[in-house]
Write a protein that binds this ligand. Structure first.
Ligand code: FAD
Length: 265
């Protein structure tokens, strides 16, 4: 069973809030002291892929749209057991929206070909959009399901447990399909020192836009439907008013009156 997992590199979500600030352009989050990690929901997607490969054979491939041709992140990610990785880097995809990201990843996945299942995180931990997986499925014409906590493959179908507000739905999908994964049941396995050392030998293929057949006109047409104009942290103001009285009863009455006049009660 050949499984492709999309993996995004994000600023460590465990870093303190004070380590992040918005850059001078009012758009990009700047976090120079924060290390980059694999997005946590993607960790679960990778573990799900590894368990399916261990049970059914085949291979796990990782695909990342990156900002720099640095493949060390993918070698680290492969230490837990993925077989190969692909890194797409091109100026054409910089500063794009979720549709641009999904376009690039779809083209890369189509070029890899021969897949039975694609797994993505339910959302990336830095931007929390939760859009990319579904757009990849649409681009590749695949059945898809979101917010999946468990996968079981039976023949040429899969059963997927989908998390809903009050419980769990059990869905059946034909293969190939795309799922976006939650983090409830799949915790990414630890890599041993031997695994980490041997991961440096595993292949990472770096592709440009032309390598995957991406076209600037097509990208312009399909993607960049939303433009990030500004990010800001809302300023919250608190005011304190002391309501007193000559006695506890009078203070309580004044308080009730003040709350009523502000339509709180
Ligand atoms: C400088 C800058 C400018 C930006 N401008 C815009 C803009 O104008 N408009 C706008 O909408 N957004 C903009 N963004 C946001 C950025 O484009 C988003 O990161 C992108 O849309 C991907 O969406 P997401 O990370 O929210 O993915 P989600 O949809 O939340 O991710 C879901 C899953 O998709 C997969 N995935 C997502 N991204 C990748 C990736 N790169 N590689 C591999 N797998 C991935 C992962 O499995 C992930 O768990 C900008 C970002 C930057 C840094």
């Amino acid at each position: 069973m050949n499984i492709i997992a999309t993996v995004k590199q994000v600023p460590d979500p465990e870093a303190p809030a004070g380590a992040f600030r918005i850059g001078p352009d009012d758009r990009v989050m700047v976090s120079p002291t924060v290390s980059s990690v694999l997005s946590p929901y993607d960790e679960s997607a990778v573990e799900a892929a590894l368990q399916l490969r261990d049970a059914h054979g085949g291979k796990v491939s990782l695909v990342c749209l990156g900002t720099e041709p640095d493949d060390s992140f993918l070698h680290e990610a492969m230490a837990t057991g993925a077989d190969e990785a692909y890194l797409v880097v091109d100026d054409m995809f910089q500063n794009g929206d979720a549709f641009a990201t999904a376009y690039a990843l779809s083209k890369a996945i189509a070029k890899i070909g021969e897949y039975d299942l694609i797994v993505c995180g339910r959302q990336a931990s830095d931007t929390d959009a939760g859009v990319v997986g579904s757009v990849i499925a649409e681009s590749l014409g695949l059945p898809s399901a979101t917010v999946i906590r468990k996968i079981e493959v039976v023949g040429d179908k899969l059963n997927a447990e989908r998390v809903i507000e009050d419980g769990i739905e059990v869905l059946e999908l034909p293969l190939p399909a795309l799922l976006t994964m939650t983090s409830e049941l799949y915790t990414l396995r630890y890599a041993s020192v031997m695994d980490i050392m041997s991961a440096s030998e595993k292949p990472v293929t770096i592709w440009s836009a032309s390598d995957i057949g991406a076209d600037a006109v097509e990208l312009d047409d399909l993607a960049n439907r939303s433009i990030l104009r500004k990010q800001f942290i809302p300023v919250s103001q608190t005011q304190c008013e002391v309501i007193g009285g000559d006695s506890a009863q009078e203070a309580a009455a004044n308080l009730a009156q003040a709350l009523r006049s502000r339509k709180v009660i």
